[in-house]
Design a protein around this ligand. Structure first.
Ligand SMILES: [Cu+2]
Length: 308
């Protein structure tokens, strides 16, 4: 006798197969951008050693959340339709209270979900925040309203001081922005400082950013893995010209990086532009720089004051 597969199990297996086929079809039809969950990235390789991990965490999290969302919406709509009030109904529907299994379920399911998300986030955050004892290159980045100073600690040289957009008169112009050079394939440690208010160091394609807090050095390490030019910006609202607080990152080969260090030394950019260059000092007074750049604005204000 051939054992009969029960109807129910056959149906659920068919349902599972259809679901799997559908998921494969959807994923196969995805562009690379969609598979990255629309995170910045390139088809020819990861930008840093961390971007793959960060993208996976993002895509994994939102895929699970979309599935949970779909289940919740489906159940909500189903309940509203299946248990709607009919013409013949009178009085209240059955009032369900102290249904222990049900209450356990809607307490435990969210707790399990939150713990799962917490586990993966914590696992990845620990990896991302991991520091090796001796990075190949240490860069000290000093944020200031509203530009950046880049110091190459091991070489004791620095990039020319970042000039504020109101002083260059070219807000966002790529060629007047300060540029940070990084060697490909080397462990780079960023040491982040601020001279004035809280800023945030963000290289968009690195998919990671970190606050820069006055009086406190924060740090993280990455290995840039892809040659190219990347856009960086301040990710913490820090005042009037926050949106012009931009910079570029050039990931170059180790040889080019060494040559650039030599260039900076030859041009006399030795030493470090530390946090001791306070913006309260005359050289760094933003108000004066601003008034110099926009004298007419000031004159206008003075005339107005005189008229009053
Ligand atoms: Cu800022």
């Amino acid at each position: 006798m051939i054992p009969q597969v029960p109807q129910r199990s056959r149906r659920s297996r068919r349902l599972a197969a259809t679901g799997l086929a559908l998921a494969t079809l959807i994923l196969a039809g995805c562009t690379e951008e969609q598979r990255r969950g629309f995170m910045p990235g390139y088809s020819d390789g990861d930008v840093t050693n961390l971007t793959g991990r960060i993208t996976d965490l993002w895509v994994g999290s939102w895929s699970v959340l979309v599935i949970v969302g779909l289940i919740v919406w489906a159940l909500t709509i189903w309940c509203a339709i299946a248990y709607r009030r009919r013409k013949a109904d009178t009085g209240y529907p059955i009032q369900l209270r102290y249904h222990v299994p049900l209450e356990l379920m809607f307490t435990l399911v969210p707790v399990v979900m939150v713990l799962t998300l917490f586990y993966f986030t914590q696992r990845d955050a620990r990896e991302i925040e991991m520091h090796v004892a001796e990075p190949d290159v240490t860069v000290n980045i000093v944020a200031k309203q509203w530009s950046w100073d880049f110091n190459y600690v091991d070489y004791d040289v620095h990039e020319p001081a970042g000039v504020q957009s109101f002083a260059t008169g070219e807000p966002g112009a790529a060629d007047s922005l300060p540029t940070l050079y990084l060697p490909e394939g080397q462990t780079v440690e960023f040491r982040l400082d601020s001279r004035d208010v809280i800023h945030s160091f963000w290289v968009v394609d690195f998919l990671y950013k970190k606050d820069m807090i006055p009086g406190h050095t924060s740090s993280f390490q990455v290995v840039p893995e892809r040659l190219g030019t990347y856009a960086g910006k301040c990710a913490e609202l820090c005042g009037e010209y926050h949106s012009d607080m931009l910079f570029n990152v050039e990931v170059v080969s180790v040889e080019e990086f060494e040559a650039h260090m030599q260039d900076l030394r030859d041009q006399g950019y030795d030493g470090q532009l530390g946090v001791d260059l306070n913006r309260q000092q005359e050289d760094w007074s933003m108000r004066e720089r601003h008034d110099e750049a926009y004298p007419r604005v000031r004159e206008g204000a003075e005339t107005e004051e005189a008229e009053q």
